[in-house]
Design a protein around this ligand. Structure first.
Ligand code: UDP
Ligand code: MG
Length: 339
């Protein structure tokens, strides 16, 4: 089934009377090697959703786990019609897994969270209350974040500052996975790289309103975090991408080009000065550090301008190739025969 037919059916459940009506809430959870967490997650989440009382589906995206995660999930999904398991062909990363979950979700509201029990499913009603107030996106704020400082909280603090400067959405905690979205809004947001933490910013660009609510956060009980410091670097680079592609900055040629022009211009002026010293004053300039500086500046300037040009080219290519999927599905375990 294509996305558009899936979407059409989701919007109009009466289009096919054998199909159960779309749930109010779809909880989307990317999961990679979390076998120990699965039973606890399933139980806590199901309990919280039942207590809340609205119709729901749980979509767990197995992002190429190598442990017994998928077997455990399959067993659960075979017993519970509310649980759907999307198994990806390999590990595509959390953002791609989110994206897969969004494509399969039918609920009017999508709630995202982590599989490792660091988010608390009992916070779902808090998010839903804000959605009911009329917001399109509600982001959790881990006020008491239970993670190590130097490789988790510190990079996040820096990232939060940068993201809030670069985008026009002001949040305290962009990286919190516990969020709620109106599904129709997400259909206009394309994800790749590490972009899931930018969804509120991307969604606000298509007109979504954003709210933030403080949520609980627990230390990881089982297994290890799947990320190291390298993620901080990737996030920083993605920030630059969002800045460009999101229209938050002028075009790359303007950014790189103007830095290049300034640096190159300086180099050129120093070169002029040195030429004057050599030609009119007759002094030898061969040994002057300034000469090195002039050459360096001109070379860097030219490089930056060229990078700006390449950036333009890549952006154009990117816009033209946007239909490439960022994940591939191996199998879907669901009692809903439409999946
Ligand atoms: N995850 C995933 N694919 C990956 C890495 C992580 O689906 O390649 C999932 C992981 O199972 C968890 C969530 O993304 O549900 C967040 O990962 P993790 O807890 O390792 O990150 P942290 O909380 O340390 O930021
Ligand atoms: Mg975690």
């Amino acid at each position: 089934m294509t996305d558009s037919t899936r979407q059409a059916q989701a919007e109009d459940p009466a289009a096919d009377l054998t199909r159960p009506p779309a749930p109010a809430i779809s909880v989307v959870i990317p999961l990679y090697n979390e076998e120990e967490s699965i039973p606890h997650l399933y139980e806590a989440l199901t309990q919280a959703l039942r207590d809340y009382g609205k119709s729901y589906e749980i979509i767990i995206v197995d992002d190429g786990s190598r442990d017994r995660s998928f077997e455990l999930l399959r067993e659960l999904a075979e017993k519970d019609p509310a649980l759907k398991v999307i198994r990806l062909r390999r590990n595509f990363g959390q953002t791609a897994a989110f994206s897969a979950g969004f494509d399969y979700a039918l609920g009017e509201v999508i709630i995202t969270m982590d599989a490792d029990l660091q988010n608390d499913p009992r916070d779902i009603p808090l998010l839903m209350a804000k959605i009911e107030e009329g917001y399109d996106i509600v982001s959790g704020w881990r006020k008491n974040r239970q993670d190590r400082f130097w490789d988790r909280k510190l990079p996040s603090m820096i990232a939060n500052r940068l993201i809030s400067n670069v985008t026009d959405v002001r949040l305290h905690d962009y990286g919190c996975s516990l969020k709620a979205y109106r599904r129709d809004l997400l259909q206009h947001v394309r994800l790749y790289g590490e972009l899931h933490r930018f969804i509120p910013a991307l969604a606000s660009q298509v007109g979504g309103t954003v709210a933030e609510v403080p949520v609980n956060h627990h230390a990881r009980q089982f297994g290890k975090s799947k990320y190291g410091l390298s993620r901080a670097v990737r996030v920083a680079l993605d920030l630059i991408t969002v800045w460009f592609l999101g229209g938050y900055a002028t075009r790359p040629i303007h950014v790189f080009g103007s830095i290049g022009l300034v640096l190159g211009g300086f180099g050129f002026l120093i070169g002029l000065y040195l030429s004057y010293v050599k030609l009119f004053l007759g002094q030898n300039i061969g040994g002057r550090p300034m000469l090195l500086l002039a050459v360096l500046l001109v070379v860097i300037g030219v490089q930056l301008i060229t990078m700006g040009l390449l950036g333009e080219l890549i952006i154009r290519t990117y816009h033209e190739s946007q239909n490439k999927p960022i994940y591939f599905v191996r199998e879907v375990v669901s009692q809903d025969s439409y999946h």
